[in-house]
Design a protein around this ligand. Structure first.
Ligand SMILES: Cc1cc2nc3c(=O)[nH]c(=O)nc-3n(C[C@H](O)[C@H](O)[C@H](O)COP(=O)(O)OP(=O)(O)OC[C@H]3O[C@@H](n4cnc5c(N)ncnc54)[C@H](O)[C@@H]3O)c2cc1C
Length: 310
């Protein structure tokens, strides 16, 4: 219950212009408090972060931060930007893996715009054996995101995967559907505050659903990504994989940049594949607030850094 309230509160604070301007003054300085969770404001900083992680035996996916665009011209500009990012990643020879949001490609303009723009990104990336993950946004986008994903899949694109959130009741069916399709799924608990009708009311239920769906994906899915920092679920995943003879190269763990770096390193040392989601970009504030909402202890960390910086 507390988790859900805290998520809601931080989602509200994320829209505060005053906080945003305070954060932009201090957050992204050289040792700014937001740097713990965000690699920087440009792609070169994100690539540097990826290089460092890869030296430690981890792999990366880059994410250009930004929320919904409503003008076709903005969607086109973001699409071009994604292609430039892929190009920069290829040049830098880091992991060929990018995460993106359909609202940045114009989903709020209309579906056709989002599909056209996604196809541009996928056409470019598949020439270079580059994988693109479509992130999942709040529940008002779930159905349309899945519809669009399936359209792209039926058009023959295979260098693309999807994200499903165990907080939503519908996800049990969506997991089965993606298994039948043979699509790669990243399983997450879900970062958005959702209403109780469509989502589980308690964290316990979300966690139970996670374990159940992770098992289904491990056994029948296509190279699933178990994206969580939850140590209990991670241990259970390892146990399930061993019990069902799923080899460590048939799935990967994924975690967010700056979150449980100890656990990321430990898993890699044990021989598991670990991919770190590296967000960057000028519009980092809402993402940053979502991370604070997940773990109020992070607020103390930010407060301490602010006091140090002043
Ligand atoms: C690679 C990746 C991609 C993601 N993509 C999406 C997406 O497309 N759509 C979406 O809705 N959500 C996405 N998420 C976010 C996800 O839904 C959760 O909000 C987030 O991962 C926190 O949940 P958890 O599974 O870590 O479990 P929780 O139960 O929230 O946390 C378990 C433990 O992890 C640690 N922890 C968790 N979060 C933090 C934090 N911010 N700071 C410090 N410690 C923390 C704590 O020790 C906590 O006790 C993604 C997460 C990851 C890892």
């Amino acid at each position: 219950m507390l988790d859900i309230l805290s998520k809601g509160l931080f989602q509200l604070l994320a829209s505060s212009e005053g906080l945003k301007s305070l954060a932009s003054t201090y957050g992204m300085r050289r040792y700014g408090f937001a740097r713990r969770f965000i690699a920087g404001e440009n792609v070169h900083e994100a690539i540097d972060a990826a290089h460092k992680l890869e030296k430690e035996g981890l792999s990366a996916t880059l994410d250009l931060l930004g929320e919904s665009v409503t003008q076709p011209s903005d969607a086109k500009r973001t699409t071009r930007e994604y292609i430039q990012i892929i190009d920069a990643m290829l040049d830098a020879e880091i992991s060929r893996n990018l995460s993106l949001k359909l609202t940045q490609l114009g989903l709020d303009v209309d579906r056709a715009t989002a599909i056209d723009n996604l196809r541009r990104v996928l056409d470019f990336s598949q020439r270079h054996d580059f994988f693109v993950r479509v992130d999942m946004e709040g529940s008002r986008y779930t159905q349309v995101t899945l519809d669009l994903f399936e359209t792209i899949w039926h058009l023959g694109y295979r260098n693309v995967g999807i994200v499903l959130q165990t907080a939503l009741r519908r996800t049990t069916e969506d997991v089965q559907r993606m298994i039948r399709l043979g699509a790669r799924v990243r399983l997450v608990k879900g970062a958005y505050k959702e209403s109780w009708g469509i989502a589980y009311a308690s964290k316990r239920e979300v966690d139970h659903a996670y374990v159940r769906l992770a098992e289904a994906l491990l056994i029948n899915g296509c190279y699933p990504a178990i994206a969580t920092h939850d140590p209990k679920i991670i241990e259970m995943t390892k146990t399930m994989a061993r019990a069902t003879a799923v080899a460590p190269d048939r799935f990967e763990f994924q975690m967010l940049f700056g979150v449980r770096r100890d656990l990321q390193a430990a898993l890699a040392a044990e021989g598991f594949r670990v991919r770190v989601y590296i967000p960057f970009g000028r519009e980092w504030f809402p993402y940053f607030m979502r991370r604070l909402g997940e773990r109020p202890a992070n607020v103390a960390f930010v407060a301490k850094s602010l006091l140090r910086e002043r």
